[in-house]
Design a protein around this ligand. Structure first.
Ligand SMILES: *Cc1c(COP(=O)(O)O)cnc(C)c1O
Length: 357
């Protein structure tokens, strides 16, 4: 069998969820959209079900998958519904629903619902992607209340630059949010992972950690709270071939690596079809037989090459960690000009092995 695997440590997932709560003293929706950032939404939700205040996903398809697996806590649809016809299912399955646009508000007013729903009313406080304009916010709140279709409203917004610890943008967004919600006595939700970790004074009754649950830092610089995270996913494989090259020989497609010295090359069963970033250059860190070494040559679809010259104990069959507890996904991302979010989401073909339930 091909030795490529992704080990998912559910104990680490629970640790990271607890950290989000501990840092904020808030209730936390575990964001498990996009199949829990590649970690498997149902398994992650089951692992967190006993402790989680709720979950958040991108769309009703993802929410119904959780309900079908018997997962009972609240599930928030982060983009609400895409068509008004979803509202019946939202009420029926007790899903919580973001309202980010006036057309959604109108659809709720006109819907015939079996029971009132919970709405998270989203303000555009400066990201300018989705969310109601500040001038419409109070009126939208009153219309939801008056509609009789809504049991509970949470006020929310989303930060565009919370990962930039030296930027004023998040405080500016907070000021816009506070002005828009003046006089509304409802619960508030603002913070994603970088705001949970890096912005201790942001108000939030509810936080919405995603990336940090999986143990990766959203910051490009070292940060004390992020250092307390435990990586959840370890992508590993094995060396399937070894060769010795003299100085001056190319390795891989396009000869992007030329041996600068006599070089021992290990070939690893892992490629871009597994989600390993093809853009990762020579020098991207890799762990083999417990020691750090580097990627050499272009990543191909099913294989990549690493330098074994300084790891003489490594050879055919040696275990390789592409990212995980030793080589962080954020390091691989940084080398590849990517972000850990996409490194995780891109994972495919590799079987997931769970531990720690
Ligand atoms: C994805 C998402 C989150 C989680 O963001 P992270 O940076 O992964 O913590 C929070 N809120 C909203 C609205 C999102 O879409």
């Amino acid at each position: 069998m091909r030795p490529a695997r992704a080990l998912i440590d559910l104990q680490a997932l629970r640790h990271n969820y607890q950290l989000a709560r501990e840092l904020t003293g808030a209730k936390a929706l575990a964001v498990i959209k996009a199949d829990a950032y590649g970690h498997g939404a149902v398994r992650c939700a089951l692992a967190l079900e006993q402790q989680a205040d709720g979950f958040a996903v991108a769309c009703i398809e993802e929410a119904l998958e959780l309900r079908a697996a018997g997962i009972k806590p609240p599930v928030l649809l982060l983009e609400g519904f895409f068509e008004a016809s979803e509202l019946q299912l939202i009420a029926q399955h007790d899903l919580w629903c973001v309202v980010h646009s006036l057309w959604q508000l109108e659809a709720i007013e006109q819907a015939h619902l079996s029971k009132p729903i919970t709405v998270w009313l989203k303000l555009d406080s400066g990201m300018h992607r989705v969310g109601l304009h500040a001038k419409d916010y109070q009126a939208a709140y009153q219309r939801l209340l008056a509609s009789g279709k809504v049991a509970r409203i949470v006020l929310m917004s989303h930060f565009a630059r919370a990962d930039e610890l030296d930027s004023d943008a998040s405080n500016e967004q907070l000021a816009v949010f506070q002005a828009a919600r003046q006089g509304l006595s409802a619960e508030v939700s603002l913070r994603n992972s970088p705001a949970v970790l890096g912005w201790p004074n942001m108000p939030s009754d509810w936080v919405r950690p995603g990336l940090m649950l999986y143990g990766a830092t959203p910051f490009e610089v070292p940060q004390a709270e992020a250092a307390r995270l435990q990586p959840v996913m370890t992508v590993q494989s094995r060396v399937i071939s070894v060769r010795e090259l003299p100085t001056g020989e190319p390795v891989g497609y396009g000869a992007k690596f030329i041996s600068p010295r006599p070089t021992r090359v290990g070939v690893v069963a892992m490629g871009y079809a597994d989600g390993y970033p093809r853009q990762a250059p020579n020098g991207t860190p890799v762990l083999v037989a417990g020691k750090r070494t580097q990627l050499i040559g272009r990543v191909s679809m099913d294989m990549l090459c690493i330098d074994l010259t300084d790891v003489p104990e490594a050879g055919l069959g040696s275990p390789v960690e592409l990212w995980g507890k030793n080589v962080l996904a954020s390091e691989v991302a940084m080398h590849a000009g990517n972000i850990p979010y996409q490194i995780f989401c891109n994972l495919k073909r590799v079987p997931l092995d769970y531990s720690g339930d």
